[in-house]
Design a protein around this ligand. Sequence first.
Ligand code: KQY
Length: 369
Amino acid sequence: MPQAPLATTPAATPSAEGFRMPGEFAPHSGCWMAWPERPDNWREGAAPARRAFAAVAAAIHASEPVTVTVSSAEGRASAQALLPAGIRILDIPSDDCWMRDIGPTFLTGPGGEVRAVDWRFNAWGGAANGLYAPWDRDDAMAAHVAEVEGVQRYRAPFVLEGGAIHVDGEGTVFTTAECLLSAGRNPQMTKAEIEQGLKDWLGATAVVWLPRGVHLDETDGHVDNLLHVCAPGTVALTWTDDRGDPQYQRSAEALDLLSTCVDARGRRLRVIRLPMPGPLNMSAQEAAGIAAGDTGMVRSAGERLAGSYANFYIANTRVVFPLLDERHDGEAAALLAELFPGREIVGVPGREILLGGGNIHCITQQVPA
Ligand code: KQY
C-alpha cells in the first residue's frame, strides 16, 4: 500500500519547501511506462500498440532504465514476450496506459532529494467530457509509482495531467488555456487560482498560457502535443504553412504568444517550427479493429488524428520521436538533431500510439536523477 501523502498547507507546498520540476532535458534516473491493454482504445486487442510501445521502451532503455506497469496476467505475458530483457515489469493496474498523465510529476529539492506530485486525475474531463469511466486505477497510479521509487508524495488539490504542462526547469511553466480552463477539470477555480496552483506545486514563478493545443486533440489541447521545451529559452512548436488547415490558426496564435512573451528569467524565446504530419486520418480498417465499449470512448473511420512530432521524449542520451508521415519524418529528425546536438535522434513508428489519442511523450514519465 502506498504511504500517506505529505500534508500540504499554503505554507508547506512543494514550492515553499524548495522543490521544483526540472526540465525533461536534465539527467534522469529512469523512465516509467504503462502497458496498453484496453480493447476499446487499442485495436486488435492492443497487439499493434504493444509492438509500438515495446519499440519505444527499447529505444529509451538503450539510454536509461525503464519500468513498465501491467494490469493483468495476459498483459504481463505479452509484455514479457515483447520487451527486451532488463526492462522491469511491475503488476500495477491502470485503466489505460498514459503514464505522462497518470504517473506522478517528479520534483527535485534541497540536497537533490526527489519528491512526487500526485495530481487528481479524472480521465481528461470527468463527467463533463472525460474519455472513460471509471478512472480510479489511473488516479491511484502516481501513489504506487512514488512508493516504488521510495520518494515522498504530495497529493495536489486539483485536477491536472502531466501532458498539460511543460517546464523549463528555471521557473517557467507552459500550458494551454483550452485545457486548464476546460469545464471538466477545475471549474471551481479561477484562472488566477490555477496559475497559483501551478506555481505552488511545480516550484515555478511564471506561467505561459498558450491559447489552444492541437486541432481535435481529445485531451482538450494538451501542451505536450503542441510543443516541447528543448532547453531553457528554446521550444519546438508544431507548425503548418497551410492557412486552410484548422491547425494553422492554432499554431499561429501560439507562435504570436511565444514570440512576444518572456520566460521566468526574462528571456525572449527561440521558437523552432516542427512540420505537422499529415493531416492524418483513421482508416476504416483501423477503426474496425477497435472493440465497441460502453465506457465512453468513440472512435470512427475517417476521424482526424491529432498527430504531432512535438510529442517526443528526451532521454539521457537520445531523443525518441514518433515516425508519423514519410513526407515529413526526415525534416523532423533533422530539426531535432539541430536542437539536441549531444543526443542521438531515434525515430520509432508512432501511428499505433496516435490511434489511441497521444504519442511518445504521453506514454512516458521521467524520474530526475
Ligand atoms: O497528451 C497526453 N499526454 C495523453 C493523451 C491521452 C489520450 C487518451 N486517449
